[in-house]
Design a protein around this ligand. Structure first.
Ligand code: PEP
Length: 249
C-alpha cells in the first residue's frame, strides 16, 4: 500500500519567529494516521523546526542541498550537514531551482545520488512548462526529467524516493491541473517507472501533485487513483489551510 503524503514547501518565507508561530499553529491539529506530513522550512530554521516537532509525526525536510560531501562551495549545504541537524528528507529539483538556479536533470541526478548515499529520503520534483503543454510535448518532457534525473538509481533505492509532479504553469498561479489532467500524467509517470523497473517499484512509489492545491480542490485531486498526495506551496503557509489539505484524503 502506497503512503499518502502531504508536504509543505515554505520556500524563502518566514523568519525564525514566524516559523515557530506556524509550527505552533500546526501542532494544535491532530495528524491523521493515514497521511505522512512533511514541512520544509528554510535552512536557518530546520533545527528549531525539528526540535519543536520532536513529539509530532510531522517530519522536516530541506528545500535543497549540494551534491558534494563537503569542500569549497561557498553558501552551500551538504547531505551530511542536513543529517547532522536531524533532517532526513530533502526536496530536489523544484521548478524554482530549475528555473532560477539552472538546475538541470544531469545535475539533479548527482544530487539524487548524494541524498541516497546519505540514506536520505528525497522528493524529486519535475513537470512541464506551459509551452510544453500547449505544444503537446508534456509527456516527452516529463519522461526526460525522469529518465535523466532519477531513473538511473537501483531498484532497492526507490523506497527512499517520493516523486512530485508539478506542472510549472500551475505553481503559484492559481491555475490547477484538472483532476483528470493530474491523473493522466500520474498514470503516465507510473507506467514510465514500470517500463524502467517493475510492478513493485511502480506501485510502491508515492507520486504527489503540486500546483495551486488548496482546501477546495485537494479532495478531488487526491481522489484520483495515481495521485498519492500533494506538494503544497502557498496554502502551506497557513496552518488551517494546510491541515484542511492534509485531511482531504
Ligand atoms: C510549489 O511551489 O511546489 C507549489 C506547488 O506552489 P503552490 O501550491 O503555491 O502552487
Amino acid at each position: 500500500m502506497r503512503k499518502n503524503i502531504v508536504a509543505g514547501n515554505w520556500k524563502m518565507n518566514n523568519d525564525l519567529q514566524e516559523t515557530e508561530r506556524l509550527l505552533n499553529d500546526l501542532l494544535v491539529y491532530d495528524v491523521p494516521e493515514n497521511v505522512s506530513v512533511i514541512v520544509a522550512p528554510t535552512f536557518t530554521n530546520l533545527v528549531s523546526a525539528n526540535t519543536m516537532l520532536k513529539d509530532s509525526t510531522i517530519e522536516v525536510a530541506a528545500q535543497n542541498m549540494h551534491q558534494a560531501d563537503n569542500g569549497a562551495f561557498t553558501g552551500e549545504i551538504s547531505a551530511a550537514m542536513l543529517k547532522s541537524a536531524g533532517v532526513n528528507t530533502v526536496i530536489l529539483g523544484h521548478s524554482e531551482r530549475r528555473a532560477y538556479f539552472w538546475e538541470t536533470n544531469e545535475l539533479l541526478a548527482t544530487k539524487v545520488d548524494a541524498a541516497l548515499k546519505n540514506e536520505m529520503t528525497l522528493i524529486y520534483c519535475f513537470g512541464e512548462e506551459l509551452e510544453d503543454r500547449k505544444n503537446g510535448n508534456h509527456f516527452n518532457i516529463v519522461k526526460e526529467q525522469l529518465e535523466e534525473g532519477i531513473c538511473h538509481i537501483a531498484e532497492a533505492e526507490w523506497k527512499n524516493v517520493i516523486l512530485a509532479y508539478e506542472p510549472v504553469w500551475a505553481i503559484g498561479t492559481g491555475e490547477t491541473a484538472s483532476p483528470e489532467q493530474a491523473q493522466e500524467m500520474h498514470e503516465f509517470i507510473r507506467n514510465t517507472i514500470l517500463d524502467t523497473y517493475n510492478e513493485e517499484v511502480a506501485q510502491g512509489v508515492s507520486i504527489l501533485y503540486g500546483g495551486s492545491v488548496k482546501p477546495n480542490n485537494a479532495q478531488e485531486i487526491f481522489g484520483k487513483k495515481d495521485v498519492d498526495g500533494g506538494l503544497i506551496g502557498g496554502a502551506a503557509l497557513d496552518a488551517e489551510n494546510f491541515m484542511a489539505i492534509v485531511n482531504a484524503f
